[in-house]
Write a new protein. Structure first.
Ligand SMILES: Nc1ncnc2c1ncn2[C@@H]1O[C@H](COP(=O)(O)OP(=O)(O)O)[C@@H](O)[C@H]1O
Ligand SMILES: [Mg+2]
Length: 355
């Protein structure tokens, strides 16, 4: 067990790292944030910080010497970085999990290998193979970069009339993935924690609505049939177990009109669709991550309120005053100086009576 007083190393300094550091502090831990950006949301809340590139081995060694356990707040941290650190200190979740989650093709292959359903997909290596793949799994598909995409970046929606050569050029990589377009009824996600001893704790499935491919609102609980909620939770638990995860796992899914739950993507870290847990659950996703990676007993994921979380994206942040005027609404701002379009600046959580 890594007891309170110890230092948690966090790779990545965005809002997820910030909220993890705050939760760590509540339990008496220190957080050391490592990222290349000097003035990041994470570094604003802890004096322990390293500003260096993820491939700076000397900086990584020095960082490892100051921490007791390492975690990451986004899956685009190079897996090699996690491997280097894992030789020195426990890295949770393990680097092998990062390798799967940061590559959409590997992720889908893994899900297929454990019989978890996804959209149809094909690896694509050029215009010809894209044409073949679309013929196989079309008529509509979504072409995605295998690595580095987020908030809908690195994606193109395709149908038979699309200019495939232009779509392929827009991906600008040697390999991509074509997924069959899923005409979903709704998108839901499930966040589960798994401890060092293999116990799991699952938050209630939530519904996510996106605007311009960026998460706009999360409704907790998702208004879906209990059987579907159970199915989604079972999938999340199975994936966490088969990954031998220690930490948090968010599973994004599509629910079809026919009642199928198809996994879209995995995130082995805190997730935007879990921000509501800060204000509406006994244990927030961030505290749960700290508990899991430090070998503490997991907390109760039960909710004491229903909630609707809305992201403040770009200029939405100017609405912060309105949020403060609402007695049932909690405001969270991330300390980012510039409100660029599409940038997540904060979120608000409206609490509602339990249903
Ligand atoms: N195969 C698909 N069929 C239909 N919609 C999709 C598909 N893939 C992605 N989308 C839409 O695009 C959003 C972002 O895609 P996702 O794969 O989750 O990438 P990101 O890493 O950007 O979150 C999804 O939440 C969903 O709304
Ligand atoms: Mg997504």
């Amino acid at each position: 067990m890594i007891e309170p007083g110890a230092t948690i190393g966090i790779l990545g300094g965005g809002q997820l790292g910030r909220m993890t550091a705050l939760a760590a502090a509540s339990l008496g831990y220190r957080a050391h944030v490592f990222c290349p950006e000097p003035d990041s949301p994470g570094k604003q809340v802890t004096p322990h910080a390293t500003t260096a590139d993820y491939d700076d081995r000397d900086a990584l060694r020095r960082f490892a010497a100051t921490v007791d356990v390492v975690t990451f707040e986004f899956e685009n941290v190079p897996a090699d970085t996690a491997e280097i650190l894992a030789a020195l200190k426990p890295v949770r979740p393990a680097p092998a999990i990062l390798r799967i989650a940061q590559d959409r093709l590997r992720e889908k292959d893994f899900l297929r290998s454990i019989a978890v359903p996804t959209a149809a997909y094909r690896g694509v290596t050029g215009v010809e193979s894209l044409r073949d793949a679309l013929r196989d799994i079309g008529p509509k598909g979504v072409l995605k970069t295998v690595r580095g995409g987020y908030d809908g970046k690195g994606q193109a929606m395709l149908d038979r009339a699309s200019d495939l050569a232009a779509a392929w050029r827009s991906i600008a990589a040697d390999t991509a993935i074509l997924e069959g377009f899923v005409d979903f009824a709704c998108e839901i996600s499930v966040i589960t924690a798994r401890g060092v001893d293999g116990t799991t704790a699952c938050y209630v499935p939530v519904e996510n609505r996106h605007c311009h491919h960026i998460l706009d609102t999360t409704t907790a609980p998702a208004p879906i049939a209990p059987a579907l909620a159970c199915r989604a939770e079972e999938i999340a638990r199975t994936v966490a177990e088969r990954l031998d995860l220690v930490g948090l796992l968010a599973v994004e899914t599509f629910v079809t009109g026919g009642g199928e739950v198809l996994v879209n993507e995995l995130a082995p870290r805190p997730h935007n669709s879990g921000h509501w847990t800060i204000d509406a659950c006994r244990t927030s996703q961030f505290e749960q991550l700290v508990r899991a990676i430090c070998g503490l007993p997991l907390g109760s994921p039960e909710r004491h309120s229903n909630a609707v979380m809305t992201n403040l994206i770009g200029d939405d942040v100017d609405k912060w005053r309105d949020a403060l005027a609402e007695p049932d609404t909690k405001l969270h701002l991330y300390g980012k100086r510039h409100a660029r379009p599409g940038r997540k600046m904060g979120h608000v959580t409206r609490l509602l009576p339990l249903s």
